[in-house]
Design a binder for this molecule. Structure first.
Ligand code: SAM
Length: 376
């Protein structure tokens, strides 16, 4: 393949790239999976000889070397043309304002019915089972309630309570106005996950009262220097043995590579055109953040490194999160009409508030599934 043009825009590049394939397996069931069951994610391998444009998505597709080089080039350009200090200050000083605008402007169009939630995070199926007993789930940065509502709509547990919190007043308004909003099982409140002092816990919740905390595309909306406060609140809210379910953007995702001039706030951290912020995580960085944080020492950011790399591992304390699963979800999504190949990269994990003296459960391989954010 010819080298990708340095000044090509994302669409040109996305048409040119030739993703690496795996050798043909000759296994007819693989072909069946691709053809018959569009929700059988994780098994749509791009094999030698496959026509890329025959299906909408391929799983576990590594980006090819040309594309990686192209991405690095874009990052360099972004660094050389950062947002001005004025704009950095604007977007960082009151980020909730920009999310408020987002929810005002988009007026319901952002709701995604995530059918994959329970398949992906089986604990969500458990807490919604008939007779599961009193269970409390907290969705943080709940937005339009993309997790809360599918959960309550499929719930058979009389004693389930879902708290859906967001620091955008308009997001909370959208949730409260939803036809699925039934206070028997769901309550939406304004809450900033990074809050300290008397507002540091959401309305109606006490320390150690939550079974499951869902963090889907929310930690990426925080500046790195806010992660510590967020982890602290999450830790305090969870019961010992309680779970964090995490999904967020990964470094190299097309959304990152496509950022143009004056969007770069800091390394891997950007502002979108609407003023909302987004961070792109590395796998090891997440392992360090969740596996390294302790309530006593926090993230232990070192002065030269404000990107959440703890300076020493958390062996000093039993009070911490266990990383049960953490995996990169790399997909090649295909726009068959425009002949575009789009590399997406998300990170997904499950973490658990450690129970003193308890053994880490055996890590099961992460099942990774589809998200609907596929627009280009
Ligand atoms: C990318 S959206 C994701 C929304 C939802 N979790 C989803 O996956 O559809 C990020 C959400 O986090 C919220 N958010 C950002 N920072 C927050 C904070 N410090 N505390 C609470 N919510 C926050 C925003 O208002 C926004 O609704």
């Amino acid at each position: 393949m010819p080298a990708l043009p340095e000044d090509g825009d994302y669409i040109t590049i996305a048409q040119l790239v030739q993703p690496p394939t795996v050798p043909a397996s000759g296994d007819p069931t693989r072909e069946m999976v691709k053809r018959v069951d569009p929700f059988m994610f994780g098994q749509r391998y791009l094999e030698e000889g496959n026509d890329i444009f025959k299906y909408n998505a391929w799983d576990h597709v590594e980006t090819d070397d040309d594309y990686k080089a192209y991405a690095e080039l874009q990052y360099n350009k972004q660094r050389e043309n950062p947002a001005s200090d004025f704009h950095k200050n604007l977007y960082n000083s009151n980020p909730a304002k920009f999310w408020d605008r987002f929810y005002k402007n988009h007026n319901q169009n952002f709701f995604k019915n995530r059918k994959w939630l329970q398949q992906e995070f089986p604990i969500l199926a458990e807490v919604t089972k008939r007779g599961a007993g009193r269970k409390v789930v907290l969705e943080v940065g709940a937005g339009a309630g993309n997790t809360a509502f599918p959960l309550v709509n499929n719930n058979e547990n009389e004693e389930l309570m879902v708290h859906a919190c967001d620091y955008s007043k308009n997001a909370v308004k959208v949730m409260r106005e939803s036809e699925s909003y039934d206070e028997k099982h769901v309550r939406a409140d304004v809450w900033d996950v990074t809050a300290e002092g008397e507002d540091s816990l959401p309305p109606g919740l006490e320390e150690g009262s939550v079974d499951v905390i869902v963090l889907i595309f929310i930690i990426s909306a925080l500046a790195p220097n806010q992660w510590n406060a967020a982890l602290n609140n999450v830790y305090r809210l969870l019961k010992p043995g309680g779970y964090v379910l995490f999904r967020d953007y990964g470094r190299g995702d097309l959304a990152q590579v496509r950022f143009k001039k004056e969007r770069y706030l800091d390394e891997n951290f950007y502002c979108r055109g609407d003023g909302t912020r987004v961070y792109f995580f590395e796998l090891e960085e997440l392992r360090n953040i969740w596996g390294g944080w302790t309530p006593e020492k926090g993230l232990q950011l070192d002065d030269d490194n404000e990107k959440g790399q703890p300076t020493q591992p958390a062996t000093v304390s039993e009070n911490r999160f266990e990383v049960i699963n953490l995996a990169k979800d790399q997909r090649l999504l295909v726009n068959r009409q425009k002949k575009l190949k789009m590399y997406r990269c998300w990170m997904q994990g499950r973490f658990r508030k450690r129970v003193a003296g308890d053994q880490l459960e055996d890590a099961t391989p992460e099942k990774l599934t589809e998200d609907t954010e596929t627009t280009l």
